[in-house]
Design a binder for this molecule. Structure first.
Ligand code: CP
Length: 335
């Protein structure tokens, strides 16, 4: 095993900054201060170096046990947390809906308590029901990380998006970020609205009215450094944007929820070269994935020069390392 320098650096770095209260859970970004978000992004920057080493592993979380419980499909989030946990030398147990006793009717709380009895320190969970991670935070002693609950929140995705913007533009404050697509059903959008506004970015939401309810603004109407606005016309929304973040469109929902048909959606809301040209010359495309190329983004754009899509995935590992370290490293309550 190679030197632990980045971990020592992360520890020293955190000590030099404002002392943060211990954190047990990561459920959404609504209870994160801008200082805590900044520290997590800075820790991620330090820990990212570990991933570039020939042996990309440090012993920071040796002896800790992390459980992933994904009761909805995932490619990126689950693999990224697993990679992050292994890079910090934690032991990891992966459970899914199809291989746990949830299939036989075991309750979520029973599954979590069973894993707690086996010595798990953290549960990273994805669930189709909004609020499910809060239930486990209340009814178990585990540290809970929300890896996506229904339409509600996906805090680690929002943090990696913030990290990616900060890395690309050198700052988040003052950026104009357009989030376009199915905002109604998007946990990524909701967590990003918190994170971006807390860090001083202005957020504009753009979607057909049926996928962008007015309550979206009301629910996030509190005083925060960054502004939140709605612009139904995407061509106007993207003018002067630094980032255009496209969300996945679930084809079946367009018709069933009376929004518009797929062809009309593509004409009005697809992010394509023409629309990226209306944004700033330095503007970048982001997408949390999974992506429907040819629907919410035109073919080729996501893997071109104006895209951060693959960078987001890469950065997700370091950001999740920083989150795990925050919970069970030196300053975490579960340490
Ligand atoms: N962005 C995201 O949550 O992707 P997965 O569903 O693949 O985890």
């Amino acid at each position: 095993m190679t030197s632990v320098k980045p971990v020592e650096q992360a520890k020293q770095h955190a000590a030099q900054k404002v002392a943060l209260p211990p954190r047990k859970h990561v459920l959404d970004l609504d209870d994160f201060s801008p200082e805590e978000i900044s520290q997590i992004l800075e820790t991620a920057g330090v820990l990212a170096e570990v991933l570039n080493r020939p042996i990309s592993k440090v012993p920071a979380l040796r002896g800790k046990t992390i459980l992933t419980l994904f009761l909805e499909p995932s490619t990126r989030t689950r693999a990224s947390f697993e990679r992050a946990a292994k890079a910090l030398s934690a032991d990891i147990i992966n459970l899914s809906g199809s291989d746990s006793s949830a299939k036989k009717g075991e309750s979520l709380i029973d599954t979590a308590r069973t894993m707690q009895a086996m010595g798990a320190n953290i549960i990273i969970m994805r669930h189709s029901m909004s609020g499910a991670p809060y239930l486990l935070a209340q009814h178990t002693d585990l540290s809970v990380i929300n890896a996506g609950d229904g339409w509600h929140a996906h805090p680690s995705q929002a943090l990696l998006d913030l990290y990616t913007m900060r890395e690309k533009f050198g700052k988040v404050a003052g950026l104009k970020v357009v989030i376009v697509g199915d905002v109604l059903h998007s946990r990524v959008a909701r967590s990003n609205i918190w994170g971006l506004r807390k860090m001083g970015a202005d957020v504009t939401l753009s979607a057909p009215p049926t996928l962008l309810p007015e309550e979206t603004l009301e629910a996030y109407s509190g005083e925060l450094p960054g502004r939140l606005s709605i612009e139904f016309d995407l061509d106007k929304a993207v003018e002067g944007a630094d980032v255009v973040m496209a969300l996945r469109i679930q084809r079946e929902r367009l018709a069933t929820e009376g929004s518009m048909n797929l062809r009309d959606y593509i004409i009005a809301y697809q992010v394509n070269d023409e629309r990226m040209h209306k944004a700033k010359p330095t503007a970048m495309l982001m997408h949390p994935g999974p992506m429907n190329e040819g629907v919410e983004v035109s073919h080729g754009l996501a893997y071109g020069d104006r895209s951060l899509v693959e960078t987001q995935v890469k950065n997700g590992v370091a950001v999740r390392m920083a989150l795990l370290y925050r919970l069970v490293g030196a300053s975490g309550v579960a340490a």
